[in-house]
Design a protein around this ligand. Structure first.
Ligand code: HEC
Ligand code: HEC
Length: 372
């Protein structure tokens, strides 16, 4: 904390304390002159007269008590030059004893709540010692470098392998009605803002119920998507995941490529198409687009590139929207959840997401899974 803010806090806490003490002493010291009948001589509306009665004892005791308590509080909690004096009281965070500040107190509370959640998860959802061992060793790896982008690639590979190894338990959890209810609640709290409360998505935000996947629909794919997110570290210097093509192809090239995409997608009247452009577009596709979308245009998980032949659209399948996508590129951001929710919650979420499109696995998954 800078000296400025440290002094600011000191002035506020000490100044207020001194001011209140001063006002109280002033009021107690300065007695007004009283008339013989005990009134101060002030009258209101000619009838109401003012007496000078002592303050009630209980009130004074509380008042002086809180002034003394403030002194004790300053010793315990860092309030007087907090940049130098951290207070005498402490809390536990990550097994370490740290000063009692509101920041540390919050983390200490979060840890305590997480422990309750994890214990509940281990006893009620996944009472499997092998799984718990795997979760513990995954957590031990993550602690080494909590933020993915700051991890050495070897550690990242180890962590991803640890995440993938949890996939069978996700399948198991997706058959557990209580786990699905917990997953649904977590989904509504964290994911519905983007994917919708029925997980059916919106333009740019994929539908999670249709079993059509950008990043793969197996439990291990879903786990990795949730842990790591997608396109999380936005770097304007880097091309978008779906790179803008106009500079490269020119406007004619963009239109031709869009015409070809229309021709292979399921939801267009073939008669509307311009066959010359379709042929040009196919040549462009076979040269530039197949790397990510695959030679058959059915998409690849490695690039997160969608299937262009299935009539399911992330951004829209009309001519203008497809042209716009190719012209300026797209880069949907799926946040990472590992640092926010932790491994156990992510498993419940993955089980819930998995159940939405695999309702043959889960007999009583929510009805949304059957639509679209
Ligand atoms: C800020 C908006 C946002 C939030 C919040 C969000 N997502 Fe996403 N999510 C996206 C976007 C955008 C994509 C598509 C990324 C892309 O374009 O490749 C995505 C992709 C996914 C995918 C991959 C879909 C596929 O087709 O492969 C899954 C699974 C997913 N999200 C689940 C979740 C879950 C579970 C949560 C809550 C913990 C969540 N998302 C929260 C925006 C969000
Ligand atoms: C570097 C890999 C890459 C290349 C090259 C690439 N794409 Fe894409 N494309 C993607 C990704 C990734 C997405 C999904 C973007 C997102 O999730 O926000 C996408 C999305 C699209 C979409 C939107 C689909 C929808 O469902 O709305 C279209 C259309 C498309 N690409 C066409 C093309 C064409 C045509 C080319 C060649 C001119 C091309 N792409 C080249 C990676 C690529």
């Amino acid at each position: 904390m800078s000296i400025f803010w440290s002094s600011w806090i000191t002035i506020l806490s000490f100044g207020c304390w001194l001011f209140i003490l001063g006002v109280l002493l002033f009021v107690l010291r300065n007695k007004p002159d009283l008339a013989e009948d005990g009134t101060t001589g002030h009258t209101y509306d000619d009838v109401i007269q003012e007496y000078d009665k002592p303050l009630p004892k209980w009130w004074l005791v509380i008042f002086f008590g809180s002034i003394v308590w403030a002194l004790a509080y300053w010793l315990l909690f860092p309030a007087i030059f907090p940049s130098h004096f951290h207070g005498l009281s402490t809390v536990e965070v990550e097994g370490k004893t740290v000063p009692w500040s509101s920041h540390n107190e919050l983390y200490s509370d979060l840890e305590a709540n997480n422990k309750i959640f994890t214990d509940n998860f281990n006893t009620n959802f996944l009472p499997n010692p092998t799984a718990q061992k795997q979760l513990a060793s995954l957590a031990a790896l993550q602690v080494k470098a909590p933020v993915k982008s700051e991890r050495p690639s070897e550690l990242n590979d180890q962590i991803d392998a640890g995440i993938v190894a949890l996939a069978p338990y996700v399948t198991e959890l997706s058959g557990n009605q209580k786990a699905l209810m917990a997953g649904e609640r977590l989904f509504l709290q964290n994911c519905a803002v983007c994917h919708g409360s029925t997980a059916q998505g919106a333009p740019g935000y994929p539908n999670l119920t249709d079993n059509d996947w950008l990043h793969g629909g197996k439990p291990e794919n879903i786990l990795l998507t949730l842990h790591n997110g997608w396109h999380v570290n936005l770097d304007p210097a880097q091309p978008l995941p779906m790179p803008a093509q106009r500079a490269d192809l020119g406007e004619q090239g963009v239109r031709a490529a869009a015409e070809y995409v229309l021709s292979i997608s399921k939801n267009q009247e073939k008669g509307e198409l311009d066959p010359v452009k379709v042929a040009q577009g196919k040549a462009i596709f076979d040269e530039k687009c197949f790397i990510c979308h695959g030679a058959d245009a059915k998409g690849t998980i490695a690039a997160g590139a969608p299937n262009l032949t299935d009539g399911i659209w992330l951004y829209g399948g009309d001519r203008e929207t497809i042209q716009e996508t190719i012209r300026h590129g797209r880069g949907g951001v799926m946040p990472e959840w590992e640092t926010k929710l932790g491994n156990e919650r992510i498993m419940l979420l993955a089980a819930y997401v998995y159940s939405l499109s695999h309702n043959n696995v889960v007999a009583n998954a929510p009805a949304a899974a059957t639509s679209k």
